[in-house]
Design a protein around this ligand. Sequence first.
Ligand code: EPU
Length: 346
Amino acid sequence: MNSAKNAPNPAKLTPNLGLKRRNSFGLDSTAELAYEITSADQLPALMTKLGDKKLAWRVLGGGSNVILPESLPGATLLINILGQEIFKSDQEYSWLSVGAGVNWHEFVTWTLDQNLPGLENLALIPGTVGAAPIQNIGAYGVEIGEYIDSIEAFDSVDHAFVTLPQEACQFAYRDSHFKQNPNRFIVTKVVFKIPKAWQARLQYADLTKQFAGSNSSPSARHIFDAVCAIRSKKLPDPKVIGNAGSFFQNPIVSAEQCEQLIKQFPNLVSYPDSNGKRKLAAGWLIDQCGFKGKRVGPVGVYENQALVLVNHGDGTSIDILRLAKNIQDKVFDEFGVQLEIEPNIL
Ligand code: EPU
């Protein structure tokens, strides 16, 4: 057999690709060399080439959790590996294999259509399936890490494909092994393990409120609809106004520090976290500092949720980071708490 016949098509290259419509903040940014990856087997040859030429590279998924500079030198890998299937099922679980380029919300919708409830609390999160494990996306009391069986990725250090089982992914609040090792792994596929025994997860305040007083327990579809409605009300639609969702992580402090803060600020919003620590609502802290709805030139703080920074039009990463610094300083002066930026600054 002629081996050239079996070689994958090389990744498609577009020089000087404008990324304004490929990042939810709507930032003007140009990728010097944009490579579209449609199949994992394109990666070894491409990564060899980039290594030989000593070119910088980074991965862009859905572009919904990044802050892009005006230009991205070297190679930008646009991951468009598609496909989703239920490939195994037993009494207790279903296993799904999903390409990294699949749109997250469309995937969640598909799982419900397949009668596989579990991911409904994570509806309407922008981005791709491959980006979901990087920051361990979470909303309304559910984090994706608990539903992941394993991740398939190209390891650029060992120049080989790897399969990382859940335990190796080190999932934590908005964190993972992938986030801790930036620019090492290129996620190509995510394997999910969804339990067949399903229970509604309504402990999160907004959802509890939504279903209080209803005498029958809601279905996964009801929860999906409720999450979509709550998110649409609280979070700006990136198609209408540029944003990257929560701009800061909710800071984690010791129980003692939290108690001290509550003495000074009795309305402080906090939640229990692991190891007896407390997680503070960063949105509340920022709101208290008077930033909600504030506009600074082309950027600002969203009027319905102070944790979200928005781009009203022609804002740049510099405008956004300047506003972010201003917020961090004010919150630190007022509460002694350091806010960490959540999206990746490229
Ligand atoms: N709050 C205010 N003022 C504000 C915003 C919030 O007082 O301007 C208070 C709220 O009243 C509430 C508390 O802060 O008591 C928490 O607010 P919310 O319920 O909106 O959730 P969050 O902690 O701000 C987190 C995630 C969101 C996720 C929601 C729902 C982080 C960094 N953010 O936000 O994730 O959708 O919970 O589970 O953990 C994202 O990561 O992009 C994202 C949107």
